[in-house]
Design a protein around this ligand. Structure first.
Ligand SMILES: C[C@@](CO)(OP(=O)(O)O)[C@H](O)COP(=O)(O)OP(=O)(O)OC[C@H]1O[C@@H](n2ccc(N)nc2=O)[C@H](O)[C@@H]1O
Ligand SMILES: Nc1ncnc2c1ncn2[C@@H]1O[C@H](COP(=O)(O)OP(=O)(O)O)[C@@H](O)[C@H]1O
Length: 306
C-alpha cells in the first residue's frame, strides 16, 4: 500500500477564554473545541522527496512549500522516526483558509495520521499528540476530534461528554484574519480599556448543556474572548452577528480568531432556514450548514498507486 487518504474536520470554539499574555508570547486558554462536518482531504503518496499541492476552495491562499502545515507535520514525523522518508501530499481544501476554523491544523493532523500509516510507523496517538503540539496549538485537537477542552495554550486536552448532535450555520467572510494579529488586538483592547485578563475558567453551564444535548442552553453560553478583537479588525462582522440573532439563531459568535461567524440552530431544518435567511441578508461571502461533533481524522482510502 503506497497511498493513503485521510478526511479531517474543521472546528468551532464553543468557549474561548483568553488569560493574560505569557512570557513566551502565548496566552493561557480555556478552549472548548468542537469538530464540525466541513472536511479537508489529504492524500499521501510514497515518494522519494517531500512535496505538497493544494486543490479546491481558496487553494491559491495556501502555501505549497515548507510553510504548509501538512508538510511541516510530515517532516516532524520523519524526524521523530529518525529516518528521511519522502511523501507527496495533495490537500483538497473545503475548510475556509485563515477563517478561525483551524484548516491548516486539520491538514497537519491528517498528514500525521496518513504518514504514520504510509511509512508503517505504528506510532500511538500519544506520540502523535506530542509532535502535533510542536506544530501549533490547535493541532492536538485536530488529531482528537469530537468535543474537548484545551488548557495551556490549547494543547492540553480532555475529551468532553456530549449528547446528540448540534446543527450549525457558518457565515464565511471574504479574506482571512491572522491569528497572531487578533490575539495582539485583544491585548491592545484590554490595555486601552484597563481590563485585567482573568485566569480562564471553563463554563460549568456550557459543559452541562453539552452533556444534556441542550442546544438552547448551549446557545446562551457560547462565548469568545477574541470576538471584540476580531470585530475591531473586521467591522462588518458586527452586522453578520446581528443578522444571525435577528433570524432566530440560538447563539452567535465569531469562530476562534475569525472572521468566520458561527450560528447555532435548533435542528437540521432550522439550520437550513437560517442559512437561507443569512444568504438573503447578504452578510457573508458564502453560508454553509454543518453538524457536530464529528470524529477526528479518518482514513477513507488505502490504495496501491496505479
Ligand atoms: C485562536 C485559535 C482558537 O482555537 O485558533 P484559530 O481560531 O486561529 O484557528 C487558537 O488559539 C490558535 O491556534 P493556532 O492557530 O494553532 O496558533 P499557533 O500557531 O500555536 O500560534 C499562532 C500565534 O497565535 C498566538 N497565540 C496562539 C495560541 C495561544 N494560546 N495564545 C496565543 O497568543 C501567538 O501570537 C502565536 O504566535
Ligand atoms: N494546509 C494549510 N491550510 C491552510 N492554511 C495553511 C496551511 N498551511 C499553512 N497555512 C497558512 O496558515 C494560515 C492560517 O490558516 P488556517 O489554519 O486556515 O486558519 P486559522 O488559523 O484562522 O484557523 C493561512 O493564512 C496560511 O498562510
Amino acid at each position: 500500500m503506497n497511498r493513503v487518504t485521510v478526511r479531517v474536520p474543521a472546528k468551532v470554539n464553543l468557549q474561548l477564554a483568553v488569560g493574560p499574555l505569557r512570557d513566551d508570547g502565548y496566552h493561557d486558554l480555556v478552549n472548548v473545541f468542537h469538530a464540525v462536518s466541513i472536511f479537508d482531504e489529504v492524500t499521501a503518496t510514497a515518494e522519494t522527496g517531500m512535496s505538497v499541492r493544494v486543490e479546491g476552495d481558496s487553494a491559491d491562499q495556501v502555501p505549497e512549500d515548507g510553510d504548509n502545515l501538512a508538510i511541516r507535520a510530515a517532516l516532524a514525523l520523519a524526524r521523530h522516526a529518525g529516518r528521511s522518508y519522502g511523501v507527496s501530499l495533495v490537500i483538497h481544501k473545503a475548510i475556509p483558509v485563515a477563517g478561525g476554523m483551524a484548516g491548516g491544523s486539520a491538514d497537519a493532523a491528517a498528514a500525521l495520521v496518513a504518514c504514520n500509516e504510509l511509512w508503517g510507523l505504528g506510532l500511538p496517538q500519544e506520540d502523535l499528540l506530542e509532535i502535533a503540539a510542536d506544530i501549533g496549538s490547535d493541532v492536538p485537537f485536530a488529531l482528537l476530534g469530537g468535543t474537548a477542552v484545551g488548557t495551556g495554550r490549547g494543547e492540553r486536552l480532555t475529551s468532553l461528554e456530549v449528547s446528540g448532535t448540534f446543527h450549525w450555520v457558518f457565515a464565511l467572510a471574504d479574506g482571512g484574519l491572522s491569528t497572531a494579529s487578533v490575539y495582539a488586538e485583544c491585548d491592545r483592547l484590554r490595555e486601552a480599556t484597563g481590563e485585567r485578563a482573568a485566569w480562564p475558567r471553563a463554563s460549568e453551564a456550557l459543559l452541562a448543556a453539552l452533556r444534556a444535548g441542550d442546544a438552547k442552553a448551549l446557545g446562551a453560553e457560547l462565548a469568545n474572548d477574541l470576538q471584540p478583537a476580531a470585530v475591531m479588525l473586521r467591522r462588518s462582522l458586527a452586522r453578520t452577528l446581528d443578522a444571525g440573532r435577528e433570524h432566530g439563531a440560538l447563539g452567535s459568535l465569531v469562530s476562534g480568531s475569525g472572521p468566520t461567524c458561527a450560528f447555532l440552530a435548533e435542528s437540521e431544518s432550522h439550520a437550513g432556514e437560517l442559512a437561507a435567511a443569512l444568504r438573503g441578508a447578504g452578510v457573508a461571502r458564502e453560508v454553509i450548514t454543518a453538524h457536530g461533533p464529528v470524529p477526528g481524522p479518518t482514513v477513507v482510502q488505502r490504495a496501491d498507486r496505479t
